[in-house]
Design a protein around this ligand. Structure first.
Ligand code: HEM
Length: 344
């Protein structure tokens, strides 16, 4: 594993800073907060140095490509950091202690898994790349402007794909954490977040679509099931308050049981379950408008988009956050150092 190493204690700029609750309230634009909620958010912000100290690597202070360190840190955008911390707090129903633990766990997971590398550095097999696309319609409804599509029905031979790419890689020095399928899925999750603006109440969450057109029961082999379970828990733990709605479309009637099965497993929170919509067809025009979808997804109506890819290409490319680039450069340096050490 090539996670960034812990070598020193946190520097002075990670020491506690006094946080003024009213100034914290002014930074939050995504939602209206009560005085009590602002107070709890201020407590969580004040706890940043302690949170970082509790992690495996106090120097790793990145979440979703942004720096979540103290105000005085040169890389911190206070509004974005506060909105990100607020998502963790909301997911834990404003319980500061639980949110603190979740943040420690997420920072540890990111330090180890390196989701930014999965999103921006690593290359995956074409079959995997064809299974996901992010589309956008900046004029769409609130928090429905950007959509991650997972075309799992397109998996031609899931057994093969999950065996070939889903097996654990050798745990040699420098090998990335997790399976290739997992890294690819986390990669598109991170890329979809580039289109969100955490400070915008109309665009701080992303919609998702799972298209199960042509899936067959045979394709739910144990590797698929294991990966599904793993991805559901990673998303539940580390990507709070980022999903607006999730459509499961073209779900064959005979496979409706999968939904009930996943629900009963108890790994999907009640809040997330409320965001799910299951359709036996693929017509999403009611939610996204028929002109913003290819015919395949608007009930066969005429539209300028022939395919999802042309819809995806119609939006400007999103910029990678500056701090994500800093982290990626640090990770590369670390990898070079590790490689040199293993040669010596
Ligand atoms: C061969 C068939 C299928 C494959 C390969 C597949 C794959 C996956 C994967 C990889 C995930 C992880 C989460 C993600 O990628 O966003 C997932 C989640 C899920 N799938 Fe499927 N799936 C299949 C069939 C179905 C069917 C028929 C249903 C019925 C509606 C279903 C419902 C769900 C649900 C409810 C989740 C949880 C989503 C979440 O927590 O965000 N799946 N599936």
């Amino acid at each position: 594993m090539s996670e960034t190493e812990v070598v020193e204690k946190p520097t002075n700029n990670q020491s506690a800073e006094k946080i003024n609750a009213s100034s914290v309230g002014d930074t939050i634009k995504s939602t209206d907060l009560t005085a009590d909620q602002i107070d709890k958010l201020a407590k969580l912000i004040e706890a940043i140095p302690t949170i970082l100290l509790k992690t495996d690597n106090p120097k790793y202070d990145e979440i979703f490509g942004h720096c979540v360190n103290v105000d005085s840190n040169e890389h911190v955008d206070v509004s974005i950091r506060n909105e990100i911390l607020l998502k963790f707090l909301i997911a834990d129903e404003y319980d500061v202690e639980t949110a603190t633990t979740r943040l420690v766990n997420t920072l540890n997971w990111r330090n180890k898994f390196q989701p930014l590398s999965a999103a921006y550095e690593e290359e995956f097999d074409k079959e995997l790349d064809q299974l996901g696309v992010v589309t956008g319609n900046p004029d769409g409804d609130d928090n429905m402007k950007y959509v991650t599509w997972n075309l799992y029905g397109k998996l031609k031979n899931p057994k093969k794909v999950f065996q070939q790419y889903g097996g654990e890689r050798e745990s040699k020095e420098g090998a990335k954490e997790g399976t290739q399928f997992l890294r690819w899925r986390i990669g598109i999750m991170e890329k979809s977040l580039l289109f969100a603006d955490f400070t915008d109440p109309t665009n701080n969450k992303i919609a998702q679509v799972h298209d199960y057109n042509n899936v067959s029961m045979l394709r739910m082999d144990p590797n698929v099931k294991a990966s599904t379970k793993q991805i559901i828990s990673i998303f539940g733990a580390n990507y709070p308050e980022l999903l607006s709605v999730k459509f499961f479309i073209n779900v064959p009637v005979f496979m409706g049981w999968v939904f009930t099965f996943l629900k009963k497993m108890g790994i999907i929170s009640a809040e997330t379950l409320k965001k799910f919509q299951v359709l036996s067809n693929g017509n999403l025009s009611e939610w996204f408008g028929k002109d913003n979808l290819p015919a395949e997804y608007n009930g066969g109506k005429t539209t300028k988009y022939s395919l999802l890819d042309s819809l995806a290409e119609s939006i400007p490319k999103a910029e990678i956050p500056a701090y994500a680039k800093v982290i990626l450069a640090q990770t590369k340096d670390q990898e070079i150092q590790n490689a040199n050490l293993s040669v010596e």
